[in-house]
Design a protein around this ligand. Structure first.
Ligand code: CA
Length: 159
């Protein structure tokens, strides 16, 4: 299996220069986007394993990127933002972000967050289109397998 691919959505080169070397220490592959349009394009074409998403982007709010990507993908998203307002955090999580990092953060904090998401998503729960994720719950439509953490339940077709 090839190394995880991380999409870094960040228009601030200072922050990008903090994130990229941290990813390189782990030999993660990465691609970058400087605005929302490019972020959505990269998410669709590169099929990253995780997206790190800045909220303050030049062309649109990161929240709009999240909303758009969530329409077709359960790709794990970590919102990385200087906004520390509780409300921003809550709306990001409500819209399907998997985690939230407030700037400034330590590279170690970011890597721990990525590790935890990679563990959670694992190989089977990868972001294929046949799965729906609600928080800890993952539903695989083809097999009607509902997973919650370590537990798995097979649903009948009707359920
Ligand atoms: Ca920004």
């Amino acid at each position: 299996m090839s190394n995880p691919m991380i999409l870094v959505v960040e228009d601030d080169s200072t922050v990008q220069n903090l994130i990229v070397p941290a990813l390189e220490t782990q030999e993660y592959r990465y691609c970058t986007a400087q605005d929302g349009t490019q972020a959505i394009l990269e998410a669709a074409t590169q099929r990253p394993d995780i997206m790190l998403l800045d909220l303050g982007l030049p062309d649109m709010d990161g929240i709009e990127v999240l909303k758009s990507v969530r329409k077709w993908s359960s790709l794990p998203v970590v919102v990385v933002s200087a906004r520390s307002h509780e409300q921003d955090k809550v709306s990001a999580l409500d819209l399907g972000a998997d985690d939230y990092l407030t700037k400034p953060f330590e590279p170690e904090e970011l890597l721990a967050c990525i590790r935890s998401l990679l563990r959670r998503s694992g190989e089977e729960v990868s972001a294929d289109a046949g799965e729906t994720v609600f928080g800890d719950l993952t539903l695989r439509q083809s097999t009607f397998l509902l997973r919650c953490g370590e537990r798995e339940v097979r649903l009948s077709q009707r359920e």
